[in-house]
Design a binder for this molecule. Sequence first.
Ligand code: SF4
Length: 395
Amino acid sequence: MKGEYPYRNTKNMKPRKTRKIHIGKVEIGGSAPIAVQSMAATQTQNLEATARQIEILEAAKADVIRIAVDSEQDVEALRALRQQFPDSVWSVDLQENYKLAPIVAPLVNKIRYNPGHLFHLEKEKTIREKVEFIVKAAKENDCAIRIGVNCGSVDPDYKERYKDDSVEAMVRSAVDHCQMLDEMGFENYCVSLKDSESQKVIEANQRFSKERPDVPLHLGVTEAGLPPEGIIKTRIALEQLISAGIGDTIRVSLTLPNEDKGQEIQVGREILKDIEEGRFRSVPENFLEGLNIIACPSCSRVENDKFVDLAQDVRKMTEYAEKYKLTIAVMGCRVNGPGETDDADLGLWCGPTRVNLKKGTETLGSYSYEEILGQLKKEIDQMILDKFPLGVGPA
Ligand code: SF4
């Protein structure tokens, strides 16, 4: 199905004037078809499992496959995988370790860096010096770059400056990084502004696109969660943006067993085809007015394979509370889990043997994978009593 649909310039999709960039042999931006991408959910050093993920995503006809690296050992694993998949189009997620850029760039077609993660290493260097380092590696290896801003890890400076407007903090960070890349004479880049709330994704991308209509956009709702809610959240954002001519590549981020990861690509293409052909699905009445479960899609950082089962069990166990307006976040690792659960009423993030439970920003404790559901239920019951003493309406 790759490239089978034009995915733009039809009566239901306004044309967009972004510049064309290339990620290896895949073009995005301008009149190019909207590329559909996904990410390997396995630990990169588990060669057998990661190779299987790549096979699954290739079979689903992913245009671009993203893999995360955190260490030199991960890069070595990527090198071994590259021999097995010489023609695959790969994007690499540098996570917090921007220093890996020069050794990983020869193996991939795109580097994603998160402006909010650059402050972690080498604190004596400026952000600009670090960006220059990544740009140099990308230039020398003909890689594209994605400036990937994420709601859960916005650069602390911007978070502080735009305390009352989290969307503006993301947009300003992205616009400033674009300016840095422009000043460095690097044009082969795109931007993403992801949030777990569809409405914020819509707003952030609308604001950014107004300011930088030339820069291609990668769209996605982060931690959309399990199907079908995760699909609906993504569809809400994509319908609004793509029909307005905003968006050049997409990722549908779903919590799925590894063997089903190809569904992200399949669902992405279905949504694009529906928009192209004018099949807009109205959002079911009361959608997300009751219980909202956010779950990350899992990636190489996931700390325990039980994570997807846990997310599914949480949804099942919480069915009894579906009419209460509460948000529960379930995250797969200690790196992004603690920050990305802050805005939820109750948050769970996984460690190798225990699951941490939070109430807003407050940590309640850590529990074994067997105990956590019971503990979560106790907290939900208490929260229902506290917040909704008169029934489903807030106190
Ligand atoms: S929360 Fe952790 S495991 Fe989940 S997608 Fe984000 S980095 Fe990966």
